[in-house]
Design a protein around this ligand. Sequence first.
Ligand code: ATP
Length: 354
Amino acid sequence: MEEYRIAVIPGDGIGPEVMDEAVRTLNAAAKKDGTFSFHFDTFPWGCEYYLKNGEMMPADALDTLKAYDAILLGAVGFPGVPDHISLRDLLLKIRHGFDEYINVRPVKLLPGAPCPLAGAKPEDIDMIFIRENSEGEYYGTGSWLYRDTPQEVVIQDSVFSRKGCERVIRYAFDLARKEKKSLTSISKGNALNYSMVFWDQIFEEVGKDYPDVEKKHLLVDAASMFMVKDPKRFGIVVTSNLFGDILTDLGAAISGGMGLAAGANLNPDRTFPSMFEPIHGSAPDIAGQGIANPLASVWSAAQLLEFLGHKDQADRALEAIATLLREHRDLTPDMGGTASTSECGKAIEALMLA
Ligand code: ATP
């Protein structure tokens, strides 16, 4: 029997609460399937660890994580620890260190999920965002000159390499071909006259290898407007790190809210472990109350199952989420229900084992 070794980083706030339900989902999938199992090791890294040790995770954390088949992340962030530290020193370190250059974020309105768009039907909102995840606007280089003087200047670099752009655009084209959907590239070449003109050029170049895929192109401002006014024009979407970050929060808002949105940080070459997470933060306002919605975390567990080659079990997890929404049962308060985090997770488990 195949055993997958999973590194679990529950993190802060509601992270540990929703993580328990992701683990429960994976164990249910393994039990139902019977041909594989999971071994989980938990690492107590995050903001609490930072407040005690002065670092978000130990210096050799990547060496430790390298040995695993995949990483599950809950959420990081806590009042008192600056956001740029909690983000850069854990999440971004892992994304960069393990060359997780693809971020996959499904934006799919399941029947029964709340949607703020008037008249929108589930078939209108069914897209997959492929966000560049290793460079772009989040590369993290720049300068801070004349600090604390009246001449103060900051420069934040964006890094767009040919290799970096080509590989994410090619991944998106391959997915569009496989899913038989259009591919929309979102950029901003009219204002960002180096980085985004280059991105657009590479989209054109790579697109020549995919004559069968319908290609679309939008400026990011127009794309945000169309996601609200006419979301059904989007199938597969490819965009830069920053634009993808912003637009997928908008995507979460139109497809059920933060409690349902998952994201996979993939190293498709499988040279390092990939990492799976709900895209919401640590939500300190509701932490410790047992009312956090675990469905985003369950969805990220489904992404992990699919990445490991168990698409049938991934589909079972998604179908379990869809069942709770359709039947409006065992949902947490953010979805209009009265269930606790673990009651919701156990309902998923029961459906998976049925
Ligand atoms: P960050 O600043 O790191 O993004 P955050 O938790 O403040 O963290 P969001 O993740 O955007 O920001 O969440 C905003 C709010 O949405 C939370 O404060 C919480 O009220 C609600 N929320 C987020 N995730 C969930 C969840 N899984 N279940 C229920 N409510 C949630």
